[in-house]
Design a protein around this ligand. Structure first.
Ligand SMILES: C[S@@+](CC[C@H](N)C(=O)[O-])C[C@H]1O[C@@H](n2cnc3c(N)ncnc32)[C@H](O)[C@@H]1O
Length: 151
């Protein structure tokens, strides 16, 4: 879940996005961090598409309410399946029923899915191969210990 430092770190990374490539979020739960990332992108005037690897939960309703003008491409895929699909490329239907284009580099990634060391590291390495030049990856581990990691 989000804590105080998250928003500043997201703001820092989004303020320095190296490209207009998509931003990736793993995972979204009820949509709180999705709405925050969308809001920060909006405030910085960044048009980057937000792509989310999520279990749907109450995500749909909360994101439609707060970010209805800028819905992300949320895909009902756990992170390993998400990266396999992303590497394959092509089109896929998102949780809002829209066609989403998969594949290519990412501008920034927030990792907050499975918090086990093994999966968090796996997610980090998957992201690291796709994010070209942004020195900021946001990795949520435990409250108060979130790290912004540099490749
Ligand atoms: C801490 S919550 C995310 C909270 C969200 N970032 C926020 O602040 O609103 C972690 C979520 O990751 C999901 N999850 C667990 N393993 C995952 C995986 N391998 N890929 C994607 N999501 C995963 C869990 O079901 C849970 O909903």
């Amino acid at each position: 879940m989000l804590h105080h430092g998250h928003r500043q770190r997201i703001d820092l990374a989004v303020g320095r996005l190296p490209s207009g490539d998509p931003v990736l979020e793993i995972d979204a739960f009820c949509g709180l961090s999705t709405n925050v990332i969308t809001d920060v992108l909006r405030r910085h005037g960044r048009p980057n598409r937000l792509v989310v690897s999520t279990d749907p939960w109450q995500f749909d309703r909360n994101v439609r309410f707060w970010s209805g003008d800028r819905l992300p491409n949320a895909l009902e895929l756990a992170s390993n399946d998400f990266f396999a699909a992303w590497r394959l490329g092509g089109m896929r239907t998102d949780v809002f029923g829209r066609e989403a284009e998969l594949g290519g580099p990412l501008a920034f990634a927030s990792i907050d899915g499975d918090h086990s060391n093994e999966q968090a590291l796996f997610d980090f390495h998957n992201v690291d191969g796709l994010v070209a030049a942004n020195p900021h990856h946001l990795v949520g581990k435990v409250p108060g210990r979130t790290a912004t990691m540099s490749p």
